[in-house]
Design a binder for this molecule. Structure first.
Ligand SMILES: [Mn+2]
Length: 424
């Protein structure tokens, strides 16, 4: 399905005067509206190819219809999102689910939609048909060198596909670990994994980054070999300057102070990328900002502060990706909500009066420091984010336009009701 620009402009018309009123009021209340607008226009969040279809749990999967049946259709779906919000100009692929049959054609199609290729994701957490060795007891940590080698070769193959498409980073998430005490020698598992990652690292092109993603538990429930940011940081440090830690918001033990983790990783120049989602209990992979919007704001507050302290470019120097799963919502609607939540938290973080906050911290004025953060968080920045979209030619209200244009109904008509996105 193609959405024409004039259609979006037409639908924007109806809300324009109300928007103008709200935006002008907000712009008069804050000091640097123009500067913030440009940052919002530049900011892009990569959509993972696996989030375009309905996800499932170990209990079941309830498909929604019209899901993308190929990599081409996944790119078209992200093209639709990007057209509506101008903030989803990148895709994060998963191999082997998204092996391009013709890289040049895929690249051209993505360019047509204004989409670039963000981090490539390898998969050693499940066995593929015709695979020689099983990952049942781990991949890079495995006691058998042949299994480890298969995992290493796979990651190098993923880099090769990424090079063909113009990606510049590899995300490695390992499900390696153990389910029971005694199953694993922790030290040997770490060493084996490090050696494997070193071989993959050696195959990285000069301008590539490698992201080592950590996760506290699941699918292993006693230990995970890259279980927390400390372990990821250890690997990244041992690997070298092209290796970084990737923070997935859902991969911590309950109540972890993620904003503090982010601040320290940034300080150590080892924060590489982000997987946005939200959760209440574990790795719930819910819509960004749906459960803990204040935490999301506090994380962005540290990101902006830390990136500015190092003179980093907000939009290009870290990998921004969504990693979510949609069991009960239309995946595209969910992704529009997630991107909106990210933009709102980012805009609020840009509003924080850094000078005043620093002064309050120096004076141990705890009340004032809290007030400064909450002043920004409680500002309704929706008109600012909408204005950024408007200036970029996108929709004032992406979700509303999505429904007005009956996008899902069209996709179901084109693709059918029973389609299942590749990989899911
Ligand atoms: Mn993730």
């Amino acid at each position: 399905m193609q959405v024409e620009n004039y259609k979006i402009q037409e639908l924007n018309e109806a809300g324009l005067s109300a928007h103008r009123r709200r935006f002008e009021y907000l712009a008069s209340e804050i000091s640097n509206a123009e500067g913030i607008l440009q940052k919002l226009i530049d900011f892009q969040v990569a959509i993972p190819s696996w989030a375009l279809g309905t996800g499932g749990t170990r209990f079941g999967r309830f498909g929604g219809g019209g899901e993308p049946r190929s990599l081409e259709e996944k790119i078209e779906d992200i093209g639709l999102l990007h057209k509506l919000n101008n903030s989803s100009g990148a895709i994060s692929l998963h191999i082997p689910w998204d092996i391009p049959s013709n890289a040049a054609n895929i690249k051209a199609l993505a360019a047509q939609h204004g989409i670039r290729f963000d981090a490539m994701n390898s998969n050693t957490f499940q066995d593929q048909p015709n695979q020689k060795h099983s990952y049942k007891f781990g991949s890079m940590q495995h006691v058998d060198k042949a299994v480890r080698q298969q995992a290493i070769d796979h990651n190098i193959e993923v880099i090769k596909y990424g090079v063909e498409l113009g990606s510049e980073s590899l995300t490695v998430w390992l499900s390696d670990g153990s389910c029971f005490p005694g199953q694993l020698n922790f030290r040997k598992a770490f060493q084996n994994t490090l050696e494997g990652l070193q071989e993959v690292y050696a195959a990285l092109p000069d301008d590539w980054k490698m992201f080592v993603e950590y996760k506290a538990f699941e699918p292993n429930f006693y230990s995970t070999t890259v279980g927390d940011w400390g372990q990821s940081f250890l690997y990244a440090n041992k690997l070298g300057p092209k290796a970084f830690t990737l923070v997935d918001l859902g991969h911590h033990l309950p109540n972890a102070n993620i904003e503090q983790i982010v601040a320290l990783l940034l300080m150590e120049e080892k924060l590489g990328g982000f997987h946005f989602n939200d959760s209440k209990y574990g790795d719930d992979d819910l819509t960004v900002g749906s459960i803990k919007p204040y935490q999301l704001f506090l994380i962005f507050n540290e990101l902006v502060e830390g990136m500015d302290a190092r003179g980093m470019n907000h939009s290009t120097d870290l990998g921004w990706m969504i990693d979510a799963s949609h069991n009960v919502k239309d995946p595209l609607e969910d992704l529009l909500q997630s991107v909106e939540a990210i933009m709102l938290a980012y805009a609020q973080a840009l509003l924080v009066d850094r000078e005043a906050l620093n002064e309050a911290q120096q004076k141990n004025d705890v009340v004032r420091a809290q007030e400064i953060l909450q002043q920004a968080f409680r500002t309704d920045v929706r008109p600012l984010v909408a204005e950024a979209r408007l200036r970029a030619g996108a929709a004032l209200q992406p979700l509303q336009v999505y429904r007005q244009l009956k996008v899902r109904e069209n996709l179901v008509q084109e693709r059918g009701l029973k389609t299942v996105a590749t990989g899911l």
